[in-house]
Design a protein around this ligand. Sequence first.
Ligand code: GRF
Length: 192
Amino acid sequence: MAKLAVFASGTGSNFAALADHIAGGPHTVTVLVTDRPEAPVTERARERGIPTFHARYRGRDRSEVEREIVAELERRGCDLIALAGFMRILTPALVDRFPQRIVNIHPSLLPNHPGKQAIEKSFDSGDTELGITIHIVDYGVDTGPIIVQQSFDRREAPDLEAARERIHALEHQWYPKVVHEVLDRLAQGETE
Ligand code: GRF
C-alpha cells in the first residue's frame, strides 16, 4: 500500500478522478493540500472523507509554508505527491525532499505552452495536435521527465470549449491510471 498526497487549488476535477480511481484499490489518498480552502476542490475532498491541509501562503515565505507541508506529509507517511492544478511553484527544497516522487499534469503537449492558460495557448497556436502531458516534477515550471503524453488532432476540436472538454477527458482518463502505476511501483519497492 502506498500513500498519495494531492496538491490542488481549483475545481478539483482531477483530484476527484484520482481519488475515485484510487479508492477502488490498495492505495490511499491521505491528504489534499490546498492554498485555497474556498476552492471547490476542498468540498470534493470533504465529500470523500479525505482531510484537507491548508497551506497558508499569503504574505509568507514559501520555504516556511513548505516546511509545514512537509511536516504534514511526513506525519501522514506520504510516498508520492500528485499536483493537480496547484497554482504555486514548489521550491527546490520540497522537490529534493521527494526526489522523483512528485508528478504533475499539464493540459498541453510540453514543452509547448508551459505555464498558465495552456489550453487557450495551444488552441490559438498553429499546432496540429493538442493534448496532455504527465511528467515528473523538477525545479522548473512544467518541465521534468515526461511519463506520458496523449494527443488528438486539432481539427477534432471545432472551438475552444470542445478542446477544453477533450483535454479534460484525457486528463481524467490518464492521470489516475499513471498515478496508480507509480503507487504500485512504490508499494512494490517497499516489500522488495
Ligand atoms: C488541469 O487542466 C491540469 O492539467 C492543470 O490544471 C487543471 C486543473 O483542473 N494543471 P482541475 O482543478 O483538476 O479541474
